[in-house]
Write a protein that binds this ligand. Structure first.
Ligand SMILES: Nc1ncnc2c1ncn2[C@@H]1O[C@H](COP(=O)(O)OP(=O)(O)OP(=O)(O)O)[C@@H](O)[C@H]1O
Length: 248
């Protein structure tokens, strides 16, 4: 369980969070939507321990937490395989075993042996994002924190990567806290949809849902979410940004 108990976070210019409560259970994919600047990234940074709260407490009871950022952040002088193997070496896995497991994981993500040997600058943006997700999953986390990891990708690639994440969740029972601006991405991935208000962030909508895969159902679920007055006000109010990657 990941818990925020009455968490307050202040920067120099005032509170981002004020007595904020949230719990994410094992196996749950909680997707955070909210207007730009409301504190979504700050929540992930608190969850990962990169930032300490000004008040209250963050309790992360998961065994192992991995983070995927918007930019893949790969080591440029290492191959795709070695970037993924790095996560395993850090756990004490031997070099040969780490490289073998990394190659197997990348293979499941559609990489050929030749692709595995390429350095990041020889990979497309979508392939780099796959490596970043594979690196996070290689460490066999039970919680993954994802900060708009697919925002820079086109619709088709984004959909492939969303499928990879959903597949990993059903294969491993992984929990995720996933930040996105894209309502269709949210309904495609979420077991639980959380919508935040503008800063200081409050939860204005918290709904358990079944992830939706079929395109017209995604469209309907996204429209139904945006039809709720509290969600509309939060996401379409001043400063709110809503994207939709839905295409038939
Ligand atoms: N290190 C920092 N120092 C000072 N202020 C910060 C810092 N990090 C974030 N902030 C401020 O905290 C607020 C929340 O930022 P955060 O990045 O968490 O928002 P967000 O919801 O992720 O935004 P976006 O959707 O645009 O990525 C913003 O007003 C931002 O300027």
């Amino acid at each position: 369980m990941l818990r925020f108990d009455e968490v307050t976070l202040r920067w120099g210019d005032g509170p981002v969070l004020e007595r904020f409560d949230l719990a994410v259970a094992p196996g749950e994919v909680a997707v955070l939507l909210g207007p730009s600047g409301c504190g979504k990234t700050s929540l992930l940074r608190l969850a990962s321990g990169l930032v300490r709260p000004s008040g209250g407490r963050v309790v992360n009871g998961f065994r192992r937490t991995a983070v995927v950022f918007q930019e893949p952040r790969l080591l440029p002088w290492w191959s795709a395989r070695d970037n993924v193997a790095f996560a395993l070496l850090a756990q004490g896995v031997s070099r040969d075993a780490a490289r073998e497991k990394a190659g197997g994981l990348l293979g499941r993500f559609g990489f050929s042996a030749a692709d595995c040997a390429k350095r990041p600058d020889a990979l497309s943006g979508g392939m780099q994002s796959r490596v970043a997700v594979a690196r996070a999953l290689a460490a066999t986390p039970d919680l993954v924190l994802m900060d708009e990891p697919f925002a820079a990708l086109d619709v088709g690639l984004r959909r492939d990567l969303q499928d990879l994440v959903r597949g990993a969740v059903s294969d491993t029972g992984l929990a995720a806290l996933f930040v996105t601006h894209d309502v269709t991405e949210a309904v495609r991935l979420a077991d639980r949809l959380l919508v935040l208000s503008a800063r200081p962030a409050r939860i204005v909508h918290d709904e358990r849902v079944a992830p939706v895969a079929e395109p017209s159902a995604i469209h309907r679920a996204a429209a139904a979410l945006l039809d709720r007055p509290a969600v509309r006000a939060a996401l379409l109010g001043p400063g709110g940004v809503v994207q939709s990657s839905f295409r038939r």
